[in-house]
Ligand binder design. Structure first.
Ligand SMILES: [Fe+2]
Ligand SMILES: [Fe+2]
Length: 308
């Protein structure tokens, strides 16, 4: 399989993009929905509604599974992963970095899955869509289900075969159930900020994979390949979700960055242990695609008004 694209220093994109918060007109947004939908159909292929899956993603996943990679050594203490994956119960200082990295990936994937399950039931199937936004949202959600499968493959790479994602607590489950029923104007800013947070999380996750898994070169490269598949989609999701908003939504998004990031850090304590949270927040405020590798951008989608 292909060598993973480097998202680190040497292949960062050239400064040919504008801030994600760049203003645009309603007409530009409509044109960008059309351009995104064209990109999305080619990128994802056919949708399998029953399976919440997509043709091209499925094919790619099958290649990963057929050419499976497993780490040379399992984690130092597999039980420590299964004890701390749902809830961090041990003192994190007693846990090794690899275990913390895996429990962090697990927790992020569990959140992602629980966040999209409720939304899937509220967005009509592509062939019943009321407009282009419904179609985009349906395929977007199917992509998120595919990400959970790719995260699961990352964990399998480290011999963590027994992976299930139980529901979150009753309050969080209720919030995720109600949220997709909000009117678009209210739902768009937090939905956009969540995408922005995801991408900045993945950028630092990529760096941590390189740093922590240095003694597992094959497994490290496989994790990065899996992660970069997700990042191509997420790079496109940022612009797509931004495109749902006018000036008030954009203003509101900026206000929400810090509280939403802090909330996630509370839910997934590994983020504050492994990552630089101030940088996560700063990079979200300053996001203009310059922190993403050109090789990822080339396979993804950027709104026309963010291009110079
Ligand atoms: Fe995702
Ligand atoms: Fe996403």
């Amino acid at each position: 399989m292909a060598t993973p694209a480097n998202t680190l220093d040497q292949s960062k994109s050239s400064p040919s993009f504008r801030s994600i918060f760049t203003p645009c007109t309603a007409e530009q947004r409509q044109q960008n929905f059309e351009s995104y939908w064209e990109f999305s159909q080619q990128h994802a292929g056919k949708i399998y509604e029953e399976d919440r899956d997509l043709e091209n993603k499925r094919n790619k996943r099958e290649q990963f599974v057929t050419n499976q990679v497993r780490s040379r050594n399992p984690l130092p203490d597999l039980d420590a992963f299964y004890r701390n994956n749902v809830e961090l119960v041990d003192n994190p200082e007693t846990l090794d970095q690899k275990t913390l990295l895996m429990t962090c990936i697990y927790k992020f994937a569990r959140h992602e899955l629980n966040g999209i399950k409720g939304a899937w039931d509220t967005v009509p199937a592509v062939d019943k869509a009321r407009d282009i936004k419904d179609k985009i949202s349906r395929v977007h959600l199917a992509e998120e289900f595919c990400h959970v499968r790719l995260f699961t493959e990352m964990l399998h790479t480290f011999h963590l075969q027994d992976i299930e994602f139980p529901s979150l607590g009753p309050i969080e489950t209720k919030v995720y159930e109600i949220f997709p029923h909000f009117p678009e104007a209210l739902m768009s800013p937090p939905a956009f900020v969540t995408e922005l947070m995801g991408m900045n999380f993945y950028i630092q996750l990529d760096e941590k994979i390189c740093e922590i898994l240095d003694d597992e070169p094959e497994a490290r490269d496989r994790l990065r390949e899996l992660l970069h598949e997700i990042m191509v989609d997420e790079c496109a999701h940022i612009g797509q979700r931004r495109n749902f908003m006018g000036p008030i939504g954009i203003w509101f998004s900026k206000v929400m960055i810090k509280p939403i990031f802090k909330m996630f850090t509370r839910d997934i304590p590994e983020i504050a242990i492994l990552f630089d949270v101030d940088r996560l927040i700063g990079d979200a405020h300053n996001f203009n695609y310059s922190t993403i590798s050109q090789r990822i951008i080339d396979r993804s989608w950027v709104p026309s008004y963010c291009k110079v």
